[in-house]
Design a protein around this ligand. Structure first.
Ligand code: 5GP
Ligand code: MN
Length: 351
């Protein structure tokens, strides 16, 4: 089974990475702002592996992760830059090596970016987003075709000879990121080797059905009712039913006792409608005066292009995000303009 995995790195690259790890005693592992299951899972899994090599490895995130990831083994030890600035700054300054996971541009660290950029340690990037800013790092593992950073981290550990020793905790973290970044293996998940990896992870004794429930069936009653309200009252259709958007305001979030992570994945819901090609969500940020934008598409509709052009962001072909300045009315007007500009790509192609 293990032989069915194609090696990720050429020998030369593998030796460079080994040398970087071997030369480091203190390591910081970090992920992007508003870490998702893949950012957190890959960081926890990678840090666990590094500790098994006798390293000191701390996971530092720019800010909090969604509540539904709190059960992950090791999540309670994560340090947050926005709340524990002094500790985080010290760890980053003292680190011999900083591993940046699930992002490829220091901008996605926001406030933490400066501390990482000015640290004396070497910087390694491990990521699956397109368009890496390689000049910001000493060593890059960029694999945009991989389903998740967790998949890359698993392959690295495997190639570095760490699979036998891999702990169940690390396997749980890595499985979780692969599962969340593929929507429970429902998109971006057709590569056969993904299931070789899943099989190797299952052999570590994890309960994948429980992981699914922990992530996807672990919400409050308020959240379910909020979802119903959004679908019934808030969903707007554009481009003759080939695009949809909805807005979430702070007032509504308060009404439905919103906690971080409650609206995760909602942007996918409109894609359940036949013929829908593009879905956009606009959410008032709870910390800053900005509107967070998420885009999802099917087939060849380029969410990332639209996000770059209209929403100060970017991302993948079928999943992208960005940010717009307050207020919501202006953000809605921007969505309408964006959809209008792309209508020709949303309508069915003549046969
Ligand atoms: P989400 O909608 O889950 O926040 O983001 C989906 C994807 O869009 C992310 O995996 C990431 O690739 C990209 N993304 C989200 N927000 C931003 C942003 O502000 N800037 C850039 N460049 N990409 C983003
Ligand atoms: Mn990811």
């Amino acid at each position: 089974m293990e032989k069915m995995l194609t090696p990720l790195l050429a020998d030369k690259e593998l030796f460079s990475l080994m040398a970087l790890i071997r030369g480091a005693r203190r390591i910081v592992v970090c992920g992007h702002r508003s870490p998702d299951g893949d950012a957190l899972g890959s960081a926890l899994g990678w840090a666990d592996y590094l500790r098994s090599l006798g390293k000191r490895a701390d996971v530092v995130m720019p800010n909090a992760f969604p509540d539904f990831l709190r059960w992950l083994p090791g999540a309670a030890q994560v340090i947050f830059y926005d709340r524990q600035r002094a500790t985080a700054d010290r760890l980053l300054a003292e680190a011999d090596l900083i591993c940046c996971l699930d992002f490829n541009d220091p901008k996605r660290l926001q406030d933490m970016g400066m501390a990482v950029a000015s640290a004396r340690g070497r910087r390694v990037m491990i990521d699956h987003h397109p368009g890496p800013q390689t000049e910001s790092f000493d060593f890059c593992v960029s694999r945009p075709r991989m389903c998740s950073t967790c998949e890359i981290v698993f392959r690295l550990i495997h190639q570095l000879g760490g699979y036998e020793e891999l702990s169940t905790r690390a396997a749980v973290a890595l499985y979780t990121g692969m599962m969340t970044d593929t929507g429970g293996f429902t998109y971006n998940s057709n590569a056969p080797e993904i299931y070789v990896i899943v099989s190797l992870l299952l052999a570590k004794g994890l309960d994948k059905d429980k992981i699914y429930r922990n992530v996807f069936n672990n919400y409050s009653e308020h959240r379910l009712r909020f979802q119903g309200y959004v679908l019934y009252e808030k969903l707007q259709f554009l481009a003759y039913g080939h695009a949809a958007y909805f807005t979430l305001t702070r007032q509504e979030m308060k009404r439905f006792h919103f906690i971080r992570g409650d609206s995760e994945g909602w942007v996918n819901m409109p894609l359940q409608v036949r013929g829908m090609k593009l879905s956009i969500s606009l959410r008032e940020d709870t910390e800053k005066d900005v509107i967070r934008v998420s885009l999802r598409s099917v087939d060849d509709f380029p969410c990332n292009k639209m996000a770059e052009e209209f929403f100060n962001g970017g991302g993948h072909l079928n999943a992208a995000g960005g940010e717009l300045p307050f207020p919501m009315e202006d953000a809605v007007a921007t969505v309408e303009r964006a959809v209008k500009a792309y209508t020709w790509m949303l309508l069915p192609k003549p046969v």
